[in-house]
Design a protein around this ligand. Structure first.
Ligand SMILES: Nc1ncnc2c1ncn2[C@@H]1O[C@H](COP(=O)(O)OP(=O)(O)O)[C@@H](O)[C@H]1O
Ligand SMILES: O=P(O)(O)OC[C@H]1O[C@](O)(COP(=O)(O)O)[C@@H](O)[C@@H]1O
Ligand SMILES: [Mg+2]
Length: 486
């Protein structure tokens, strides 16, 4: 049976403004699918756990800060094992792919999907393209969580939905686990649509991966904690270098193409940073309130300083001062100019005009070193829960969803929700205000800038309070940002 129209959003209304943004299910487009008892009920590890199975109606609210009169709002389906499953254990043929940039924890997710299917449901495993597959068994993945990178390899570009689904069909794969960022989830959504159009019993499941933490709705992405921890080591080194020489300046570039979360959290965590520059907050170099003025002030006060810059910061400034290109990577992401090198050069040029102030600048670019390490303990546990949730969801017949943590609970989120926008640092939010007050750096914002930023983040619910104080200064707003917890 071929189905033509696009899959409609599944919105279920309840009392007091309750909305469940549900995810697709195989039974939505394949009738009379057989079901089976979940084999976990006979598994000695789980059978002792009271209420191990998730209640069909369990859901998780997207916003947890509410007022007396607030409507209950959007909810996502709670992840976890269901009493009934839609795959017989012997029937499962699963494949896993990793796409996009590297991120700590990829191997842990792979390991836990394999082990989850095998130990919990007793399934089998395959990859997409014939010559490119690696058979995965619990034995072969046993130690991989201790390694960085992905044992499956990864790439950008080359997405051909029809070819991929042909392959899934030819190889009789019925569960597809796709680990990747916004681009990958977009591709996964197209694969799901095609699978559904062809009426195939194939569960298509996404696991969100982004070291930049730029995926919306979820609390934070796996590997982010590890990245922040490792970034601190680079900041520590920059601080040692800066402190050890007169007018020492340490510049550290961190990842963050459009979202400065790594830079912001590493800055807050380390406390050694004097100024943090992120893509969301424009800055300028010359004149009153500019970066050069601030650097001079800090050097006079402390004799050294540390500057952290996210890779996507100041791109318009660089474009103004040098010939920029519109080159893209194979996935269509704009190739960025190296802001770390550019900024270091600009600072050096500025101080050559001030012979009374000889600086000593050291530039550290730890970006690929940060990305290549294995995940830390907390990310390892997080990866395990994400992977197990994904497996439980696929076994229960859910499809077209991303497995994600929302307000500390594992949930199933429809693909369109995680791809429709990008998670960014909200500079009129409390967290950025905390950073500004911890570094005491200038906000580089005029009154008009602040008003514009606040307008962009205009309060849409009573949970979102004003962000500008009577004096026009940044005032932390009392609401949670789009992704809640961090
Ligand atoms: N809009 C899109 N539609 C289909 N596939 C996409 C889209 N954007 C990216 N992809 C594919 O997803 C994969 C990873 O994308 P990329 O942006 O490099 O990484 P990430 O998923 O981490 O954001 C690539 O193979 C790319 O071709
Ligand atoms: O050099 P590469 O491999 O294209 O990766 C660089 C990019 O990857 C990132 O880590 C993000 O990767 P994703 O798009 O895969 O999430 C960016 O911070 C960085 O711009
Ligand atoms: Mg991307």
């Amino acid at each position: 049976m071929e189905i033509e129209e696009e899959y409609p959003a599944k919105l279920l209304q309840g009392d007091n403004g309750y909305v469940l943004e549900d995810v697709p299910h195989l039974s939505d487009y394949i009738k009379d699918l057989p079901t089976y008892s979940n084999p976990l009920q006979n598994n000695p590890a789980y059978s002792v756990v009271k209420q191990y199975f998730v209640d069909y109606d369990d859901s998780v609210p997207q916003k947890i800060v509410v007022h007396k009169t607030s409507p209950r709002g959007t909810h996502f389906r709670r992840a976890g094992p269901r009493q009934k499953v839609y795959f017989d254990s012997d029937e499962v043929r699963a494949c896993i792919v990793t796409c996009g940039g590297l991120c700590p924890g990829l191997n842990t997710v792979i390991r836990e999907i394999v082990c989850g299917l095998s130990h919990m449901y007793g399934g089998g495993y395959r990859g997409f393209y014939a010559r490119n597959t690696i058979p995965l068994t619990p034995k072969s993945v046993n130690d991989i969580h201790k390694r960085g990178g992905t044992i499956l390899g990864t790439s950008r570009g080359g997405h051909d939905t029809k070819k991929i689904v042909d392959n899934i069909q030819d190889r009789e794969i019925n569960q597809v686990y796709i680990i990747g960022g916004d681009g990958t989830q977009m591709g996964a959504s197209l694969i799901f649509e095609e699978v559904r159009r062809r009426g195939l019993k194939v569960a298509v499941v996404g696991i969100p991966k982004t070291i930049d933490n730029d995926i919306v709705v979820i609390d934070k992405s796996f590997g982010f904690d590890t990245a922040v921890e490792e970034a601190q080591r680079a900041i520590g080194a920059a601080h040692v270098e800066a402190e050890s020489s007169e007018n020492g300046i340490g510049v550290v570039k961190l990842m963050g193409r459009y979202s400065g979360f790594i830079a912001m959290y590493a800055t807050l965590a380390s406390r050694d940073v004097d100024c943090c520059l992120i893509p969301e907050s424009p800055f300028y170099l010359e004149g009153a309130g500019g970066l050069f003025e601030f650097i001079e002030k800090r050097l006079k006060e402390n004799g050294h300083m540390v500057l952290v810059v996210a890779e996507g910061a100041g791109q318009e400034l660089i474009a103004e001062s040098m010939r920029s290109t519109d080159l893209q990577d194979p996935s269509g992401n704009k190739l960025l100019l190296d802001v770390g090198l550019w900024l270091s050069q600009k600072i050096k040029e500025h101080f050559t005009k001030k012979p009374q102030m000889v600086i000593n600048l050291k530039y550290i670019d730890p970006t690929y070193m940060i990305r290549a390490i294995p995940s830390n303990a907390s990310d390892n546990v997080y990866c395990t829960l994400l992977a197990q949730s994904a497996v439980h969801g696929a076994m229960a017949g859910y499809t077209g969803f991303t497995s994600g943590l929302v307000n500390g609970r594992q949930t199933y989120i429809p693909f369109y929700r995680v791809t429709e926008s990008r998670n960014k640092v909200v500079i009129t939010d409390r967290m950025w205000a905390r950073l500004l007050s911890s570094t005491n750096q200038p906000s580089f914002l005029s009154h008009e800038d602040i008003e514009e930023a606040a307008r962009e983040e205009a309060p849409s619910t009573p949970q979102q309070d004003s962000a500008i104080g009577p004096d026009g200064n940044l005032v932390p707003s009392a609401h949670q940002s789009e992704n809640g917890n961090i």
